[in-house]
Design a protein around this ligand. Structure first.
Ligand code: ZN
Length: 169
């Protein structure tokens, strides 16, 4: 059961990580800006980052809207985390999207690895525990089970095995 949860979590993390990387790449060219006039804040997915900003002087602040931004080239200026305050009041917090994406990808790998360390054979499709399975088909998802790979390779005949005792000459 735990293995299935790990598998599911690992896959979800991997998919979210891929989605984030896609958003990161797309945002270098096309951004989205969301302005909330009432609260003097704005949020933006742009230049590979999620940016949140606020202003203290509301008079000239843009009206509430959602705007699509288009860059002529690829803008990656958001690759680095940054917190900035603006002299006229307010500030910007910029979080690069690649950071949570990499963290999730790492989590996914880690979950996959801890699954691999398990000694019981698991279905590669659904993670079902296949210990004692004789049918050769996963009872959970119906996928045929590949023959188990032996970790200890038997030495090929005709080849000398390293560390084998050398017969006295
Ligand atoms: Zn299965």
């Amino acid at each position: 059961m735990r293995n299935r949860i790990n598998l599911l979590l690992g896959r979800t993390a991997a998919m979210v990580a891929i989605a984030m990387l896609l958003v990161c790449v797309v945002s270098a060219r096309w951004g989205v800006l969301w302005i909330r006039h009432g609260s003097n804040t704005w949020a933006e997915i742009d230049v590979g980052a999620v940016l949140v900003g606020w202003v203290t002087q509301s008079a000239a602040f843009a009206p509430s809207s959602i705007q699509l931004l288009h860059h002529d080239g690829w803008g990656w200026s958001g690759w680095k985390p940054r917190i900035e305050s603006i002299t006229s009041g307010g500030g910007i917090v910029s979080i690069p999207i690649w950071i949570p994406a990499i963290l999730l990808a790492g989590l996914s790998l880690w979950l996959g690895q801890s699954r691999g360390q398990s000694h019981s054979p698991l279905c590669r499709t659904c993670g079902y525990n296949l210990t004692g399975n004789v049918s050769g088909i996963c009872p959970e998802c119906g996928r045929p089970i590949p023959p188990p790979r032996s970790k200890c390779r038997t030495p090929t005949p005709g080849r000398t095995v390293r560390n084998a005792p050398v017969p006295p000459a």
